[in-house]
Design a protein around this ligand. Sequence first.
Ligand SMILES: Nc1ncnc2c1ncn2[C@@H]1O[C@H](COP(=O)(O)OP(=O)(O)OP(=O)(O)O)[C@@H](O)[C@H]1O
Length: 225
Amino acid sequence: MTAILEATDVHKSFGPTHALAGAHMSVSPGEVLAIMGPSGSGKSTLLHCAAGILPADSGRIMYGGRDLTAMSDGERSQLRRSEFGFVFQFGQLVPELTCLENVALPLRMNGVKRREAERRAAQWLERLEIGDVTKKRPGEVSGGQGQRVAVSRALAIEPRVVFADEPTGALDSLNGEQVMTLLTKAAKESGAAVVLVTHEARVAAYSDREIVVRDGKTRAPEFAV
Ligand SMILES: Nc1ncnc2c1ncn2[C@@H]1O[C@H](COP(=O)(O)OP(=O)(O)OP(=O)(O)O)[C@@H](O)[C@H]1O
């Protein structure tokens, strides 16, 4: 299938650190891609560049036929808001809002009216099997429940690509497995592509395909030593 997102020969430095030195990745609709590799190898930097959060120094990032690197900051943030979903390891929920309001927030930012946004948010919380947390604030739910709220929030806008950076990094293995099962199932059902950064093989096992980053360069795992 044609890739929805494709990064080619991406370079990115932070001062003297060459975080990416010729990285490639591509993901198709409905596909779960795992980006693996040791700590500091450049996995998160590749995800951030591919999602248009960080500007690459050079290389090409094509999303649905458009070059992300040629877009204005405004166009890129509009794209992130309306077509990309994000799940990170920590601290992504707004502590003052209820779980329901957290999930409804990206919909509200895309112009959906409050009542409709909260109706859809409640459906997502049900799908992620946490319908009972709607009125609670993030500080009042468990780590596993909080991560499911984060997944609900990422999926609520029905994104075409979900970027997940160590989404289970702060969870025990049972909660981690549940979050990965629900995330990949919900993404598959909606035809979204998933770009998953992890250094754990048991998390990467949920992917359809893996690439490995070493010293800022990517390769398929069979070539990695
Ligand atoms: N904002 C930044 N400023 C300076 N250096 C950075 C920044 N972000 C990343 N780096 C450096 O770039 C390199 C790649 O970092 P990156 O976070 O992409 O690695 P990673 O593979 O995701 O690591 P980890 O698994 O530990 O999260 C590292 O040497 C890191 O220290």
